[in-house]
Design a protein around this ligand. Structure first.
Ligand code: PMT
Length: 399
């Protein structure tokens, strides 16, 4: 396929080179258009070398007295020649231009002339991303039907931490390919996904929780959505932006998650329990903040409600997928949970000392079903989500 790749002016522009290389490796033809800002960060020659094509650097860069009609109206030719317009990194400025139809450089002019699918991968400072103006532009562009590959959370070049990083090149390339070849094998499914940690209060200001970032659950939600599912996402407190189009229910405690899950089961065809639910809660929660003391003290903890086990007991005709977060004996523990919690599949992952699992952008899992175990090697959480959903759909068709 032919991809017009717009590169915006931000430090993430260097990652666009990796993205261009990946798209070419996957068999696509890539025409790069750089904004003037992008040229401050990386040279047109880098992209020309990687793509084997001239990099477009400006609206009038190709216009001379001898210009042919095609080169004089190059933005129209590029709009007609390409199957998809991808912008990575999409800066706040580019998003604003696109949202408001301003056309004062090659990329924004191309955008207005282009009638095919548009994929934008934003990258910017966390406060710029969170600003109501940027979020309003984000909403306008999403409503227009464009795909936005949400910026994941992480350490940013500006020294801050939060959402704003450019998504991984492989995830952006996947999003482009999904737009070009949409798969809708989940069109008949309603998938309920739980994600993130729970927080169990200890007193009015303290809580028990864990390191779950929600990335795995949100990747599942995005992937199910892309494949045509209706998605109900029940999420503990996380710092992620929920994929546009999911029915989001935000909860805090295990009990709240339990109640939200059981209130949402009507019409559901698949339940995926990815949340890292606290196993314990304080037996009693004082109304006042506990005072600091120099003496040791003990706190009585009691088990939280086991949502997955209750789902297994109540099992309807939906496919039930649980997770197992283990620090050893992965397959054995996953098999035990499969039987004990009456699940159709357990996704086992190593946590603790592992660099995958909690908080990471990658995971490495085993998919344990009654008919055997499949290993999914280390990959982005998006790719792992894709494998989980494919396996879960096979179980659904077999049921
Ligand atoms: O969120 P990330 O940073 O991306 O990290 C992803 C992850 C490591 C959290 C995820 O891949 C994962 O392993 N999720 C399950 C974590 C967990 O709670 O595992 P567990 O082995 O303790 O629980 C087994 C299953 O029972 C899970 O499906 C869990 O949702 C469920 N459970 C557990 C306790 C409880 N009280 N109620 C439950 O429903």
């Amino acid at each position: 396929m032919r991809i017009a790749l717009g590169v915006g002016g931000g430090i993430a522009a260097y990652k666009a080179a990796e993205l261009a290389r990946l798209l070419i490796q996957r068999g696509h033809q890539v025409q790069v258009i750089m904004t003037s800002g992008a040229q401050e960060f990386i040279t047109p020659l880098t992209f020309a070398t990687l793509t084997g094509r001239k990099t477009i650097t400006g609206l009038f860069s190709n216009v001379s007295p001898e210009a042919t009609l095609a080169s004089a109206v190059e933005h129209i030719a590029v709009a007609q020649e390409n199957d998809i317009l991808l912008v990575a990194p999409a800066t706040a400025n580019i998003m604003s231009h696109f949202a408001h139809g301003l056309a004062d450089d090659f990329l924004s002019t191309l955008y207005l002339a282009f009638t095919g699918p548009v994929v934008l991968a934003p990258a910017m400072n966390v406060n710029m991303w969170a600003h109501p103006a940027t979020q309003a532009n984000f909403e306008t562009l999403t409503k227009r039907g464009h795909v936005l590959v949400a910026p994941p959370e992480g350490f940013l070049a500006c020294g801050m931490t939060g959402p704003g990083r450019l998504a991984e090149p492989a995830d952006i390339a996947d999003a482009v390919e999904r737009e070009l070849n949409p798969v809708s094998d989940y069109a008949d499914e309603t998938v309920l996904i739980t994600a993130g940690p729970t927080e169990e209060p200890v007193d009015p200001v303290r809580f028990l929780s864990n390191r779950s970032s929600g990335k795995m659950g949100y990747a599942l939600a995005q992937e199910a959505l892309n494949r045509g599912a209706r998605v109900i996402l029940i999420s503990g407190p996380v710092a992620l932006t929920a994929p546009r189009g999911v029915d989001l229910i935000q909860v805090r405690t295990a009990q709240e998650m339990h109640d939200a899950v059981f209130a949402s089961l009507d019409g559901v065809t698949m339940v995926i329990k990815c949340a890292a639910v606290s196993d314990f809660q304080a037996a009693s929660v004082p109304a006042e903040k506990m005072k600091k003391t120099t003496a040791n003290f003990s706190m009585e903890l009691e088990p939280t409600v086991d949502i997955l086990a209750e789902l297994g007991r109540a099992k309807g005709d939906w496919v039930l997928v649980g997770f197992a977060a283990e620090t050893g004996n992965l397959e054995q523990e996953a098999k035990r949970k499969l039987a004990e919690k009456n699940c159709d599949m357990i996704v086992g992952n190593l946590v603790g000392t592992s660099t995958t699992g909690f908080g990471s952008d990658e995971n490495e899992v085993v998919l344990v079903t009654k008919s055997g175990t499949t290993e999914v090697p280390r990959a982005t959480k998006r790719e792992v989500a894709e494998r989980i959903l494919t396996e879960a759909l096979t179980l659904r068709h077999a049921s």
